[in-house]
Design a protein around this ligand. Structure first.
Ligand code: DLZ
Length: 162
């Protein structure tokens, strides 16, 4: 099975994000990769109508801190969705498993505790090259994918509020 391109989607199927407000929390560990994820997410949100003033970006040290950073963002403002961006690269230490499990469970819990979507935009790769390939490289950009998911989930919630 081939690897799909994380930036491949049908633009016509994406709701307009012009009246939506987004939070983005981004981990600074592997900053070259996460900066590319952030650029992709912002570019995609703006491409679908979100305005600069309606995109709030906050940085945290590493992916393990994404959960609390995302909670701070949700408490801080009336946001339609929060996008969590990070990059965890497998090394020789058990850190990889602990961090990945911690952030996956943490973000899942936020989705259940708050009535807005929290999007998992965390690359969990074996090598740095695999991460680069998914942060604007040959497999697209997970930041784009996360932004599309945020718009779709925010629109889904709005469709149910009518
Ligand atoms: C400690 C650590 C390690 C080994 N690897 C990564 C990584 O690949 N990606 C990442 O985002 N963060 C890493 N960290 C830092 C942890 O996420 C966290 O910031 C520290 O353990 C402090 O809580």
């Amino acid at each position: 099975m081939g690897t799909s391109n994380l930036s491949a989607y049908d633009p016509g199927s994406i709701p307009n994000a012009g009246n939506m407000k987004f939070g983005i929390v981004v981990a600074d560990w592997n900053a070259d990769v996460t900066t590319a994820l952030l650029d992709g997410a912002i570019r995609t949100l703006e491409k679908h109508g979100a305005t600069e003033e309606n995109i709030v970006v906050k940085h945290v040290p590493g992916s393990f801190e994404l959960t609390l950073g995302a909670q701070f963002l949700a408490e801080y403002d009336d946001l339609d969705a929060v996008i969590c961006l990070g990059c965890v690269i497998q090394g020789e230490t058990p850190h990889f498993t602990f961090i990945c499990q911690g952030v996956a469970q943490g973000i899942t819990q936020l989705n259940l505790d708050y009535n807005i979507p929290f999007i998992f935009g965390v690359l969990t790769t074996g090598t740095k090259q695999q991460a680069i390939d998914r942060a604007g490289g040959k497999h697209g950009n997970k930041g784009d994918e996360a932004a599309v998911s945020a718009i779709k989930m925010a629109a889904l919630q709005r469709s149910m509020e009518k």
